[in-house]
Design a protein around this ligand. Structure first.
Ligand code: SF4
Length: 197
């Protein structure tokens, strides 16, 4: 089995938002919508306050709750594990059930064509053997991309080496996200404690 996933080093992320800009440009994301958005975590108080930044996007869940929520069967998981939305059937639905079903707030509404959109890991780039635009554009080299089910892949070896510094968002949902975050030097906070800007 293959499960493509993303790893973001929060030790490296400086909130320069190169990922956000590259994503919008690559995917022609609507004005005001974001398929990846950086949140801020702040814990503790002076002089022990700690802050880090965390990009949140579709987590390409192994058990994606958006898929059964879609009344048009427009959302599907590819064989490589990427979760994609097929635009034509999506446009037939007037509801936003998938948006409500996603615990990560990863799906946004497109006013221009009454569809929804989200990170598809830049599937068209991936199909050409390229990395997603976010991973390519990050000038902090904070992103990694690859098959998290292949123990020989670079991404799997980084995850294995980082041990307790590996975190995932909202594991209690049972969605089994395929995105991982590395945070070795600060206190990890799950999504409910994060602040969007
Ligand atoms: Fe679906 Fe949300 Fe999981 Fe992405 S993060 S696969 S949109 S449930």
């Amino acid at each position: 089995m293959t499960q493509l996933g993303l790893v973001v080093s929060l030790d490296r992320c400086m909130d320069t938002r190169g990922c956000m800009g590259a994503c919008k440009q690559e995917n022609n994301v609507d004005l005001g919508a974001f398929w990846v958005r950086t949140y801020t975590s702040t814990t503790g108080g002076f002089p022990d306050a700690e802050t880090y930044f965390i990009p949140v996007m579709c987590q390409h869940c192994r058990k994606p709750s958006c898929v059964p929520a879609c009344p048009e069967q427009a959302i599907r998981k590819r064989e490589d594990g990427i979760v994609v939305i097929d635009t034509a059937p999506c446009a037939a639905c007037g509801g936003k059930e998938c948006m409500d079903a996603c615990p990560y707030g990863a799906i946004s509404y497109n006013e221009r064509d009454n569809t929804v959109g989200k990170c598809d890991m830049c599937a068209s780039r991936v199909d050409q053997g390229l990395a997603p635009a976010c991973a390519f554009a990050c000038n902090s080299n904070a992103w990694m991309f690859g098959d998290v089910d292949d123990p020989e892949s670079g991404i799997s070896q980084v995850l294995a080496a980082m041990g307790d510094s590996v975190h995932q968002l909202k594991l209690e949902t049972g969605n089994e996200p395929s995105c991982y975050y590395l945070l070795s030097s600060k206190r990890w906070q799950d999504m409910d404690g994060l602040r969007a800007r």
